[in-house]
Design a protein around this ligand. Structure first.
Ligand code: SAM
Length: 259
């Protein structure tokens, strides 16, 4: 029986074999590793992940997929029919032993940011996250300072994971064909560390608050002369905007302010 795609669940099924293979093999996952897949749908990517030989744990919300996905289950592949945003990931993984942990998925775009935040907040030690996302989102989170797409989410996410855009996926690779193109992004665990994360996150939020304003105007309430003496030493003018400053410089600035 043909299962009709549900727009409300972000269902655009990937059918391009070449793209599916490239996504599945975009990490160094091995047989002793565990891969989390989010939204396996009809199992096109799940089949490729199984071929790696790693343990695969997939979370799907749509119970209409039960008969299709049960066919793919075996000793190393399990599908859990739950909303990924409501799952206790640490608990679900507690019975598994593995070497490295990966997330590889063609996710529902309507919950892209909540899914990534959930993975970061899960407390799990995830080596790489590879996601197929909307192209605009991919460009935003992989943007470098000075680009118009670079914003607080870019800085926030790249603090935890170095994000790079791997390749673009044309909308014709999906059924039904979505209006937008997509891209595959890769998150690699970062070793960046700031001594006071709360202060760093607040600084980022405040710095990017109003896009049209200069940093000085967005950081009213901060000791601007102290901030500017740091920025001047880095060669910035007083009219500097939040998007000109790199992640590493925001970390350095936070350390300078808490000193
Ligand atoms: N992986 C399949 C593929 O590549 O063809 C399907 C990808 S489709 C873009 C997104 C999938 O995520 C759908 O199967 C949808 O039912 C599922 N999904 C949507 N919301 C979800 C949620 N909150 N938790 C788990 N899965 C969800």
């Amino acid at each position: 029986m043909e299962i009709k795609a549900k727009k409300s669940l972000g269902q655009n099924f990937l059918h391009d074999e070449n793209v599916l293979n490239r996504i599945a093999t975009s990490t160094n996952a091995k047989e002793i590793d565990l891969i989390i897949e989010i939204g396996p749908g009809k199992g096109a990517l799940t089949k490729k992940l199984k071929a790696i030989g790693a343990t695969v744990l997939a979370f799907e919300i749509d119970e209409r997929m039960i008969p299709i996905l049960h066919e793919l289950e075996d000793d190393k592949t399990k599908v859990i029919f739950k909303d990924i945003l409501k799952v206790d990931l640490k608990k679900e993984l507690s019975n598994y032993t593995y070497n490295n942990l990966y997330v590889i998925a063609n996710i529902p775009y309507y919950i892209t940011t909540p899914i990534i935040k959930k993975l970061i907040d899960s407390g799990l030690d995830i080596e790489n996250i590879v996601l197929l996302v909307q192209k605009e989102f991919a460009e935003r989170v992989s943007a470098k300072e000075g680009c118009k797409e670079y914003d607080s989410l870019t800085v926030y996410l790249n603090y935890y994971y170095k994000i790079s855009k791997l390749f673009v996926v044309k909308n014709t690779c999906f059924t039904p064909v979505p209006k937008v193109d997509s891209a595959v992004i890769k998150f690699e665990k970062s070793s960046l560390k700031v001594s006071n994360e709360d202060k760093f996150m607040k600084l980022i939020d405040d710095a990017f608050r109003f896009k049209r304003k200069t940093l000085k105007n967005n950081l009213k309430g901060y000791d601007w002369s102290k901030i500017y003496s740091f920025l001047e030493s880095k060669g910035f003018k007083e009219s500097v905007r939040a998007e000109e400053i790199s992640l590493e410089e925001y970390i350095e600035l936070t350390e300078y302010l808490v000193k």
